[in-house]
Design a protein around this ligand. Structure first.
Ligand SMILES: O=CC(=O)O
Length: 366
């Protein structure tokens, strides 16, 4: 049908064929060629399994970034007919840790080449096991750092200056005067202790410098002198020293077996009674039961958390009832700019891996 129309159009334009018409023929020819080429490309695209598009998953335009490079099967459709879809899937793209990558899923994907995670934390993936199947794992470092550092500072400031309490009072119709009692903690010139000085930790240090904060940090490896000088950060080899001296302790480590439960009763008891714990890494870095006790007993003043375990917390969890806790629902990277960059980087990694090229952000097991 398309061919017939094409021939008719060409014939009509060709008829007396002055220069203008010839140009039109050439353009028409090019458009049809491009259309046919695009169709072939679409059929040639590799298949990817993704979570969902819509409310529970990708915004349409973020999904489009994926669809430009992959034919996609959403998890719900996949689950309805895994035998049909499984053999063609070459990439699993993870958004908010979904789809859950476990052996039962992997066993249905014989052609799989890559598990591409959207986000930097890969604690939900068994990298050695996935690699043992000849499948690469990739993540998206770098692009998440600014937004995550921003949420860290937002939580720190909001907790210190009682922003949420202030908002509730301001919008409460029963409020007749602005309370003088809403006294916060001074952030400027206070001491910020950063545990985990990777990309995110360093961005937090840059922001802290902007607030004239004294910056301490603890990290597996010391940063270069130039890095330290640029943000005025002092290395604490011993984490206890940082905990004792800081007004705000910011957690920005990856979750690994070594960092699971890193902050427990003993560490909390070293902190100042006026100190605030801010966590933008993973909930399991903190022993949550110990944290509840520390907040109830006044061992520390407050906690501001973008991450908990589980997420979300059960509605009757004691952390949700404490007045000195501020919680956001793991929204560290939730800005339009950052999520677009994450999806693009995830797709770039997956495309490279499917082509058998080195993936720019392949995660290697330690
Ligand atoms: O939590 C966010 C990430 O892992 O990038």
């Amino acid at each position: 049908m398309t061919c017939l129309l094409y021939v008719r159009c060409v014939r009509r334009l060709w008829a007396p064929a002055p220069g203008y018409r010839l140009l039109k023929v050439a353009n028409l020819h090019r458009s049809v060629h491009q259309l046919l080429h695009r169709k072939v490309m679409a059929e040639d695209k590799p298949w990817a399994l993704i979570s969902e598009v819509g409310e529970q998953g990708y915004f349409e335009d973020l999904a489009d970034i994926i669809k430009r490079n992959f034919n996609v099967v959403c998890l719900k459709d996949f689950q309805q007919n895994p035998q049909l879809h499984g053999p063609k899937i070459q990439a699993v793209l993870l958004w908010n840790s979904f789809p859950t990558v476990e052996p039962s899923l992997l066993s249905l994907l014989p052609s799989l080449k890559v598990v591409a995670n959207g986000g930097v934390g890969i604690d939900h993936l068994d990298v050695p096991y996935i690699n043992s199947l000849g499948v690469k794992v990739t993540n998206t470092p770098g692009v998440v750092s600014n937004a995550t550092a921003d949420i860290g500072m937002a939580l720190l400031l909001a907790s210190a200056r009682k922003v949420v309490e202030g908002h509730h009072i301001a919008v409460d119709p029963k409020t007749t005067h602005l309370p003088q009692c809403l006294m916060g903690d001074e952030v400027s010139e206070s001491t910020l202790g950063i545990i985990g000085m990777g990309d995110i930790g360093y961005k937090i240090a840059q922001r802290g410098k902007g607030f004239d904060m004294k910056i301490l940090y603890h990290n597996r490896n010391r940063r270069s002198v130039e890095d330290e000088q640029a943000v005025g950060a002092t290395f604490c080899k011993n984490m206890d020293d940082l905990l004792k001296e800081s007004d705000f302790v910011m957690l920005a480590v990856n979750l690994t077996p070594e960092t699971t439960g890193l902050i427990s009763h003993q560490q909390l008891s070293l902190m100042k009674p006026t100190a605030t714990l801010v966590n933008v890494s993973r909930g399991r870095v903190v022993d949550q039961d110990a944290l509840v006790k520390a907040l109830q007993s006044g061992t520390i003043r407050a906690a501001a958390l973008d991450v908990t375990y589980p997420e979300p917390l059960p509605r009757d969890h004691p952390l949700l009832g404490l007045p000195n806790v501020l919680i956001t629902p793991h929204v560290g990277t939730n800005t339009y700019t950052t999520t677009s960059k994450i999806v693009q980087q995830m797709v770039d990694n997956a495309v490279a891996a499917v082509k058998g090229l080195p993936a720019p952000n392949e995660v290697k097991p330690k």
